[in-house]
Design a protein around this ligand. Structure first.
Ligand SMILES: Nc1nc2c(c(=O)[nH]1)N[C@H]1C(S)=C(S)[C@@H](COP(=O)(O)OP(=O)(O)OC[C@H]3O[C@@H](n4cnc5c(=O)[nH]c(N)nc54)[C@H](O)[C@@H]3O)O[C@H]1N2
Ligand SMILES: Nc1nc2c(c(=O)[nH]1)N[C@H]1C(S)=C(S)[C@@H](COP(=O)(O)OP(=O)(O)OC[C@H]3O[C@@H](n4cnc5c(=O)[nH]c(N)nc54)[C@H](O)[C@@H]3O)O[C@H]1N2
Ligand code: SF4
Ligand SMILES: [Mo]
Length: 703
């Protein structure tokens, strides 16, 4: 039996793996002692062992020749990748070799990948899929508090606050075991407010559901702040003692009076007042955001406005109060701390800070001047592929952008324009299918490493099974590639050795892991960062005495509302928003290979209101085409009164012609460079079926 954690989301539910009979995958059970999930697992976690079966996962490297991908030896595959990296760098300079990482990678992998880019490749062209995930919340938290940790308190605190506003988060589908904390909140007398254009399973649990137009959360937050001023609900003492910048925030709020906010958001003034009453009725309250308000071209400003509301009412930096972001990927938190981001060095150090450069350069044994500077963000990096001055050889580790990137047809074209694409993956993802070389790597239960969950709790995922012959770890791949690029040392492949270096790299940094060890994590079932020494207990709650800016004060950011980058018009009269459904994870590369999950959710669909369906003359399951300025998709209709009649929703888990990201708008937030996955304008029509349809070829849905 091995205690470990789930391969998927940021809850990192504790699980126990019991070996199955010979030749079978282990049995997975939830671990009662782990405080985040207390034994519960969602369907994805329960079925995760299916990923370990030999037929599902890759077991040999693949290289492309004239006939397509064929099996190859590791030597040949690694030589091809390293050879391409050298050739590209020699012909086009080091920045023409790029790296694209993922928030599912362990801390050790994220750290070594960043080091590999900066030291072995000397490229500035590195970023990762976390840019598509929580970068707006991270940017806003850093601006307001001086530090970004998804939740500045343990998740269990949620059950003991007085009122929780969940903005654009659907944990009932995206983090099901977290729902018990929401239920407990209500059992304890607290209230839940949900802000979502859809009446989701999470909204069903709420005392109050606000159903704004997509892309209007910023106005909504300012409207609530306006009411806080108008109804004398400010915490003047907190504002005076613990913040700066209130005058500007007050002015921004005053420009967003309730009737104006009703006109912008569609949320009636009476509902705004109800929300404000619930939020200020109790001494403790929290606001948690997820991708709804964040994946907007004004996501950073939007989160800033919700934080301003918390600060003005004194609901931050105090026990059982505060703002937090529900980070998404398994290591969404740690993955954003250790240097796979374009502008970052390990421990949340900045690549542009001379002191940070000197510290890390000394550890890495290079001259600070030899460290590259910041590169461009994920979408910009992907959009540069194969273009003059752009990246020509790319290594992808832990992402499937063919399905998950915005304006995916464009990004797919860019990937095919590369001179060389190498993909490290566990399965043959849609991105791996385009690769010149596919390197099959070990996954969660086959390897050991640390991850940092949405609370900032550093966890140990332990190897529970022996990996199949033919696969190597991501760390071993980096080790081998670095060696071929002339770096015989500096790229260890043993996870604990990498972690030891990561500890030194983060010493004294904002995300300080130097007091954390594998033994300690095992003994304590997780350690919260910052943890600056082995004797330090770890930091469960941040900001209780002071915020992380040098003066200890939080900053109001005082944003103003602005429209989405693309609003509906005559040609594209509806809003499209996108997100998740409970059975599948992300691009679906993993979960579409699990029979139970595919049975539960076999393909893409378009959620629409019955009134809109009547207007279009369509019925349940009839094929629709959805068209935006980027492309057209075809998928069946799913009618539900839970969505606004002016908005349609698509989950993004499937490739092919039902791919939601063929439609999405890559407009970027100016600060976080987050694309606007949550808002674009579309036209919806009944699909015109081909008149003759050969019986052997039924119309493919999302094929
Ligand atoms: N089942 C499942 N669980 C997952 C994942 C998965 O793919 N599948 N992925 C994990 C990851 S990486 C992440 S980032 C998290 C994401 O977790 P969530 O953020 O909870 O998931 P989403 O479905 O992307 O978006 C949440 C809600 O935002 C709403 N929304 C859309 N537009 C707007 C808007 O303009 N304003 C507001 N307020 N709300 C809006 C949607 O209707 C949706 O219900 O989930 C994690 N858990
Ligand atoms: N329309 C729309 N698009 C979205 C979103 C949305 O809400 N709407 N959400 C965005 C968000 S929040 C996210 S996080 C992204 C995620 O989108 P992706 O980056 O595509 O994430 P995954 O599907 O998890 O892809 C991870 C890949 O890495 C592989 N993998 C898993 N573990 C490992 C490992 O340890 N090593 C290696 N080398 N590979 C591994 C998996 O098999 C899979 O192929 O999608 C974004 N795209
Ligand atoms: S909620 Fe997330 S971590 Fe927990 S079992 Fe489901 S996918 Fe795994
Ligand atoms: Mo995410």
């Amino acid at each position: 039996m091995t205690d470990t954690h789930c391969p998927y989301c940021s809850l990192q539910c504790g699980m126990r793996l019991t070996p199955g009979p010979a030749g079978e995958v282990p049995e997975v059970t939830g671990r009662d002692e782990f405080p985040v999930n207390r034994g519960a697992l969602c369907g994805k976690g329960q079925t995760a062992a299916a990923l370990l079966a030999p037929g599902v996962r890759l077991t040999a490297p693949l290289v492309r020749d004239a006939d397509g991908l064929r099996e190859a030896s590791w030597e040949e595959a690694l030589d091809r990748v390293a050879g391409a990296m050298k050739a590209t760098a020699a012909a086009h300079g080091p920045d023409a070799v790029g790296v694209f990482g993922g928030g599912g990678l362990t801390n050790e992998k994220a750290y070594l990948l960043g080091k590999f880019a900066r030291v072995a490749l000397r490229t500035r062209s590195i970023d990762y899929n976390g840019r598509f995930c929580m970068s707006s919340a991270a940017a806003a938290s850093r601006a307001a508090f001086g530090l970004d940790r998804g939740l500045p308190f343990p998740l269990a605190d949620v059950a003991r606050t007085g009122c929780l506003i969940l903005v654009g988060a659907n944990p009932a589908e995206t983090m099901p075991p977290a729902v018990r904390h929401l239920r407990e909140l209500r059992e304890n007398g607290g209230t839940l407010v949900v802000v979502d254009p859809r009446r989701t399973r999470t909204a069903e649990l709420a005392d109050l559901h606000l159903q704004p137009l997509p892309g209007t959360d910023l106005a909504l937050a300012l409207g609530l702040l306006h009411l806080a001023v108008a109804e004398d609900q400010l915490d003047e003492e907190f504002i005076a003692n613990r913040t700066t910048g209130w005058a500007d925030a007050r002015a921004a709020a005053m420009a967003h009076w309730p009737e104006r906010v009703e006109a912008l958001t569609g949320v009636p003034v009476a509902r705004l007042r109800q929300a404000m009453a619930l939020f200020t009725r109790t001494p403790h309250a929290m606001v948690l955001t997820a991708r709804g308000p964040e994946q907007q071209s004004k996501g950073t400003a939007t989160v800033g406005a919700w934080i301003d509301l918390c600060l003005a009412t004194g609901r931050a930096g105090r026990p059982l109060s505060g703002y937090g972001c529900l980070t998404g990927q398994g290591n969404g938190q740690g993955g954003r701390e250790h240097g796979q981001k374009a502008d970052q060095l390990p421990g949340y150090r900045s690549l542009e800070d001379p002191e940070a450069r000197a510290h890390i350069a000394a550890l890495w044994g290079v001259d600070p001047g030899a460290l590259p500077h910041s590169g461009s963000s994920a979408y910009e990096l992907l959009d540069s592929l194969g273009r003059p001055g752009g990246v020509r050889t790319l290594l992808v580790m832990g992402s499937n952008p063919v399905v998950s990137a915005p304006d995916a047809a464009r990004i797919t074209r860019r990937l095919t324009a590369l001179d060389h694409l190498a993909v490290c993956d566990v399965v043959l993802s849609e991105t791996a299918l385009l690769a010149d070389v596919v390197l099959p790597v070990t996954q969660w239960a086959e390897e050991t490493g640390t991850l940092t969950n949405l609370e900032g709790r550093v966890l140990l995922r332990r190897a529970a099974v022996t990996p199949p012959a033919g696969v190597r770890s991501d760390l071993a791949v980096l080790h081998e590639l670095a060696r071929r690029l002339g770096h015989l040392t500096g790229f260890p492949q043993a996870p604990e050795e990498v972690f030891a270096e990561l500890r030194r790299a983060t010493a004294g940094a904002p995300a300080d892991y130097s007091g954390i060890s594998y033994d300690r994590i095992a003994a304590e079932d997780g350690v919260f960062w910052p943890c600056p020494s082995p004797g330090h207990p770890g930091t469960l709650r941040l900001f209780l005495e002071r915020f992380a800016h040098p003066d200890g004060r939080a900053r109001f950011t005082a944003p103003s509302h602005r429209p989405a980058a693309e609003e509906p018009d005559d040609a594209y009269p509806l809003y499209l928003t996108t997100g998740r459904t409970v059975a599948h994870y992300q691009s679906g590369a993993q979960t579409r290979r699990v029979p139970e999950l595919t049975a539960a959710a076999p393909g893409p669909y378009v959620e629409l209101h019955p009134d809109l369906a009547a207007q279009l003359g369509t019925r349940e399951n009839e094929l629709l085409t959805v068209t935006s300025r980027r492309g057209t998709v075809t998928a069946p209709a799913r009618l539900t009164a839970a969505i606004r009649p002016d908005t349609v929703f698509m989950p993004f888990h499937w490739p092919g012609g039902g791919r939601a990201n063929l439609l999405t708008n890559p407009a970027l937030d100016p600060v976080s460079r987050m694309p606007e996955f949550k808002v674009c304008a579309v036209r919806v029509e009944k699909a015109v079926l081909p008149r003759v349809c050969a019986p052997a070829e039924p119309v493919a849905v999302g094929a």
